[in-house]
Ligand binder design. Structure first.
Ligand code: CTP
Ligand code: CA
Length: 231
């Protein structure tokens, strides 16, 4: 049975997982953030450790305890997360980017708490954050497996899956786990559902289940790619 903790199919592998949501400081006490709880990434780290991997978990603002047997690096911002992921990824067999990384950050962080003064608030200029997954793809080492996550809502022009397929092609990673998000779905929930899209065109549907079940399916897919590239 795949996912069984006794099956140490990831032994001798180093895997890196990012989790949680980054915070981009506006001033010493305020930030732009997102609703990611970190649960899916922590489940990925815990399952990989149970399957024998050496695991580095880069955790952004997740209020969750360190999973057993996992090396946890706590970060706050996208830039900190990027540095920690690149450091850990130098010798990694698999990197799973489950973190919700802010696309933009305030161009400047105020040194002191921003005060209201009775006039209209000033707009907050933003600047783009580095795309960590894109950087990993660009610097890819032969045989390393790169996994992205995409939380999508459908819209007038495309479904969740359409967006996912386009994102996989654009990002150039090996696997993209696509989750539908919305009220009561994915963020902060104990359960998750989705589809694992492969660069080879494969699509594996994951029914709604606890996040560790989804994590096991992700490691099954990543492990299969690793077995091909690095038997
Ligand atoms: N990601 C990243 N660095 C960023 C933004 C995203 O590494 N600055 C990673 C995420 O961790 C995720 C994947 O890229 O694994 C897809 O993130 P997503 O936000 O869905 O894709 P974007 O390319 O940012 O596209 P958009 O937000 O416009 O849909
Ligand atoms: Ca994004």
């Amino acid at each position: 049975h795949r996912g069984d903790a006794l099956e140490r199919d990831l032994a001798d592998r180093h895997v890196v997982v990012s989790a949680g949501g980054t915070r981009e400081a506006l001033d010493p006490v305020r930030f732009l953030g997102n609703a990611s709880s970190g649960r899916q990434g922590f489940a990925l780290a815990a399952v990989a450790a149970a399957r024998g991997a050496r695991v580095t978990l880069v955790a952004a603002n997740a209020e969750l305890p360190d999973p057993a047997g996992v090396d946890v690096v706590r970060v706050v911002s996208a830039v900190e997360l990027r540095d920690a992921v690149h450091r850990a990824a130098a010798d990694a067999d698999v990197v799973v980017m489950a973190a919700a990384v802010a696309d933009f950050r305030p161009a400047d962080t105020a040194a002191h708490k921003i005060k209201k003064d009775g006039t209209a608030p000033a707009p907050v200029p933003l600047t783009e954050n580095p795309d960590v997954l894109a950087e990993l793809v660009a610097a890819r080492r032969p045989g390393a497996v790169l996994v992205g996550f995409a939380a999508e809502t459908g819209d007038d022009t495309a479904t969740v899956l359409d967006h996912g397929r386009a994102k996989l092609a654009r990002k150039g990673c090996d696997l993209l786990v696509v989750n539908a998000v919305g009220p009561g779905m994915a963020f902060g929930q104990p359960d998750n559902a989705g589809v694992i899209l492969g660069r080879d065109g494969s699509e594996r549907v994951l029914e709604r289940a606890p996040k560790h079940v989804l994590a096991a399916a992700v490691w099954d897919a990543a492990g299969a790619l690793l077995a091909k590239s690095h038997p």
